[in-house]
Design a protein around this ligand. Structure first.
Ligand code: AMP
Ligand code: MG
Length: 522
């Protein structure tokens, strides 16, 4: 059974009958629009049974909030003088760009540990793929573009708040050198969506190396379609990990590469204090980019138990659990390709188990190297891990802001340590730790300036602070004021560089902001 037939026909709960997309979009497609994208849609072409071809819903009066010109240039998207209105028509889905072949991808996934066989793009559409200036292939996807056969009871839409959040977070992560999907545009749809109350609707255009997830493999593996799993694995190898074709065991190499990418990704998350919030297998991209900025947030005070998502009552996706959850998700991926790894089941399990074990080792190595760089250290010695753990324990005990603390450390290289000291309730623990750190630095000689530069390249000043993101969203939702969004985005685009007049963006939330909770409600 294909994704196409199964999902379009069999489930009464799919809410896909309210909009006749085809007739509406065929009209609007004839509108003139100068924007050109050189689409080359390999997913559409090579995996016909892995999606449902679907037009975007028509929206009444789209208007442009933000367009990422720098990313458009990288993707060789030629605006050819298009007006804002024309950009909004194209990236709301009202005007179908020439060469786009919109489709909703099928996928399943483990959500909070429970398998859900029917997920898929319920409010997103892949418009197509294009090659960037260096020949790298990217997906261009609309999010909030109307119902699909995978929408279940959802409306297929996105609200303005989550669209702005995803725009800010994904661009912040990019600037922080973390693998991530990007934001190409945000458009107001001109209609309201219902999220416990009426909210302005919006559409995000997202760019990813691909939107193939662990859940995409699961969809076909659990439907008992091994030939489709193989087809998908071959597609992923060709697109993301072509070196695997040279290997004597291409599918084991595929697993290794996917694990390596996740180790890099999650170590970066841990180093900057990012909490994804909903690490379900459908939100784990095979290419290793951070995807689906729903209930994510940056940790403020250091605590491994940090959880922001209102629905994560058990703390499954707490900050400190992210590496082991990534391993769990990778194990679910490994299960889907076991028979490809080896026909001998026991051997396949042994090879996969070893690879998952290696993942954790790689993660720990990357984390340690990254943490040492944050402390201005470029070599490794016995006892380094303990030195780091001691600092983290101090941070936890003193409820110290993680980002502020690490950034302050470069100023403590000199004798003046007032900035760091002020972050602790009681400076004794810090003073002791600093002596050990100073001793350790003697084993890695470097000028103070060189060390401070190294540290400042690894310790950001600016992250998307929860209270500021909330203010930005409130201004946009309530006053149609997008200036705070623009301002915050600009600051986040250079997170490692001190920007004058931007001190407030580096401060933790005031006490009265209280404990922060995020919601998935896109
Ligand atoms: P997410 O929370 O973004 O990971 O989405 C989980 C699943 O719910 C995916 O299959 C989404 O397509 C679907 N979904 C989330 N919000 C909506 C919505 N408003 N309408 C339709 N489907 C949705
Ligand atoms: Mg998702």
């Amino acid at each position: 059974m294909s994704a196409h037939t199964e999902n379009s026909a069999s489930n009464d709960s799919f809410n896909n009958d309210s909009i006749n997309n085809d007739s509406i979009n065929n009209n609007s497609a004839s509108d003139s629009n100068p924007i050109t994208v050189s689409f080359d849609n390999s997913y559409y072409r090579e995996l016909p049974e892995f999606y449902h071809a679907q037009q975007a819903a028509y929206v009444p009066s789209p208007s442009l909030i933000k367009f990422n010109h720098e990313l458009a240039q990288q993707l060789q998207i030629d605006l050819q003088g298009a007006s804002e209105a024309q950009i909004a028509q194209a990236f709301s889905g009202n005007h179908l760009l020439a060469g786009a072949q919109p489709l909703a991808q099928a996928y399943a996934g483990h959500q909070f540990g429970h398998y859900n066989p029917q997920l898929g793009d319920g409010r997103a559409l892949l418009l197509g793929e294009t090659l960037d200036v260096s020949g790298q292939r990217y997906d261009i996807q609309l999010k909030g573009s109307g119902t699909t056969p995978f929408s279940r009871r959802g409306d297929g839409k996105a609200a303005l708040g989550p669209v702005l959040r995803e725009y800010l977070f994904s661009e912040a992560m990019f600037a922080l050198n973390v693998p991530t999907t990007r934001a190409l545009s945000a458009v107001l749809s001109g209609e309201s969506v219902w999220r416990e109350q009426a909210k302005p609707g919006a559409i995000l255009t997202r760019v990813a190396s691909s939107h193939i997830r662990v859940g995409t493999f699961q969809f076909f593996a659990y439907n008992d379609q091994p030939e489709k799993v193989k087809q998908l694995a071959d597609y992923v190898i060709a697109r993301h990990f072509p070196d695997a074709t040279q290997s004597s065991s291409p599918y084991l190499t595929l697993l290794k590469r996917v694990c390596e990418q996740q180790a890099k990704l999650v170590s970066q998350w841990q180093l900057i204090g990012f909490v994804h919030g909903v690490m379900n297998t459908d939100n784990t991209a095979i290419c290793g980019e951070t995807i689906d900025y729903g209930p994510c947030a940056f940790m403020d005070r250091y605590d491994p138990a940090t959880v922001f998502s209102s629905i994560d009552s058990e703390g499954r996706y707490a900050y400190g659990n992210q590496p082991s959850i990534a391993q769990w998700n990778l194990a679910r991926f490994a299960e889907t390709i076991l028979t490809l790894i080896s026909e001998d089941e026991q051997q396949a399990v042994e090879l996969a188990t070893q690879t998952l074990h290696d993942f954790m080792q790689q993660y720990h190595d990357l984390w340690l190297t990254g943490m040492l760089a944050k402390l201005g250290i470029t070599n490794q010695q016995e006892g380094d891990r303990q030195l780091i753990e001691q600092l983290l324990t101090l941070l936890k005990d003193h409820k110290v802001d993680y980002t502020q603390l690490f950034r302050s450390l470069s100023s403590s290289l000199s004798d003046d340590q007032t900035v760091t000291q002020a972050l602790f309730n009681d400076s004794q623990g810090w003073a002791h730790w600093r002596i050990k750190w100073q001793k350790r630095l003697e084993h890695n000689p470097m000028s103070v300036d060189a060390r401070a530069t190294l540290m400042n390249q690894h310790n950001p000043i600016y992250i998307p602070r929860n209270h500021i993101v909330e203010q930005v969203i409130a201004a946009a939702e309530q006053q149609q004021d997008f200036e705070p969004f623009e301002q915050l985005l600009k600051v986040l685009q250079q997170p490692f560089v001190q920007q004058s007049g931007c001190e407030e963006f580096a401060q933790p939330a005031p006490e009265e902001f209280g404990p922060f909770r995020t919601f998935c409600g896109t």
